[in-house]
Design a protein around this ligand. Structure first.
Ligand SMILES: Nc1nc2c(ncn2[C@@H]2O[C@H](COP(=O)(O)OP(=O)(O)OP(=O)(O)O)[C@@H](O)[C@H]2O)c(=O)[nH]1
Ligand SMILES: [Mg+2]
Length: 310
């Protein structure tokens, strides 16, 4: 198939063309840049919702439910599940991470899992590019699911229009979340697995942590209790997401978010390019030698810093 044929099918709404284009972009195929150029004019401003939280908190179950709410509201959906934490388990386990049951067969829902390859910065870039492809295809809503632990996941989430932080009643979960910086980035907090013991206490704990946080703008991030497995609380979560969307729209926050996203992506991209150019495999070897010299007290930290300064 020629690139033009592929684009024609893509803009004609062919799911297989969408899958092909996503793979090209994700694999950093040499054709990726020209395709991304072609689709740029067609970005429609899909609403990007980041869902993050500790492993196994119920993120995928919640996304699966929210997708159904979106479909009932007549919206088409893309889902990107990012898994940067397990470069070794890729394939088989990853399939398990997105437990899309009812939604899987719906032609207006497109789901893609992505695992890390190469640098973490690269993953964040690829996830953004895939989101653009889904947006240009015409998806109204795009979910980005990440396990909220690493820097690159926070980068991905930061580029979303809305961020849902999912926690569970395990003791100390909110403290861990605070350490990971999750309390800073949530627009909506969900205490999932509220059927478990200790849910009420955890709910109060999250609320008290949030009360210490300075409020940005007029939106005070709400805390909702859900039992995603049987759908309890999900309609309320969907309504909160709609409220937040309208709140942002009325105040022009979405175009501001778009601007931030562009800026963030360009800066990250350049940082990565500059680093790659400057820090060759040979430099890394040299660095390892210097590191050893520091540990053996043969060199001072300052000396080494000077050695490696650009
Ligand atoms: N008891 C209980 N179990 C739940 C609830 N929600 C989800 N689960 C279960 O928790 C497990 C993990 O759910 P997932 O949706 O895969 O969690 P996740 O956060 O996407 O997991 P990772 O992507 O692996 O980090 C599954 O076995 C779910 O059935 C809930 O509200 N209560
Ligand atoms: Mg998951």
């Amino acid at each position: 198939m020629t690139p033009n044929d592929l684009l024609k099918r893509f803009f004609g709404g062919d799911r297989r063309a969408l899958a092909r284009l996503i793979s090209i972009v994700e694999n950093e195929d040499p054709r990726a840049d020209s395709f991304l150029n072609e689709i740029y004019d067609h970005l429609k401003g899909a609403y990007r919702i980041g869902i993050t939280g500790p492993p196994g908190a119920g993120k995928s179950t919640i996304v699966d439910r929210l997708v159904q709410n979106c479909r009932q509201a007549g919206k088409t959906v893309g889902v990107i599940a990012v898994d940067p934490s397990s470069p070794f388990t890729g394939g088989a386990l990853l399939g398990d991470r997105v437990r899309m049951t009812k939604t899987e067969l719906d032609p207006d829902v497109f789901i893609r899992s992505m695992a890390t390859r190469g640098s973490l910065g690269g993953l964040s870039k690829a996830a953004q590019d895939v989101a653009d492809v889904m947006d240009a295809f015409g998806k109204h809503v795009i979910f980005l699911e990440t396990v909220g632990v690493g820097q690159s996941e926070l980068d991905i989430i930061r580029t979303a229009d809305a961020t849902v932080v999912v926690l569970v009643p395990e003791s100390g979960d909110s403290v861990q979340a605070m350490k990971a910086g999750l309390m800073e980035i949530g627009d909506i907090f969900v205490l999932n697995k509220s059927d478990r013991q200790g849910a009420d206490l955890a709910y109060l704990e999250i609320q008290s942590v949030l009360q210490l946080k300075p409020v940005r703008g007029e939106w005070r991030p709400p805390v909702l209790q859900t039992v995603a497995d049987d759908g309890k609380g999900i309609d309320e979560l969907f309504r909160k997401l709609q409220d937040f969307y309208h709140y942002q729209k009325e105040r022009n926050i979405l175009s501001q978010k778009f601007q931030e996203r562009v800026e963030n992506r360009v800066r990250r991209y350049l940082e990565e390019q500059i680093l790659r150019k400057y820090w060759s495999p040979e430099t890394e070897k040299q660095f390892q030698r210097s590191l050893k010299a520091i540990l053996e007290r043969k060199k001072s930290l300052r000396q080494v810093l000077k050695e490696f300064a650009p």
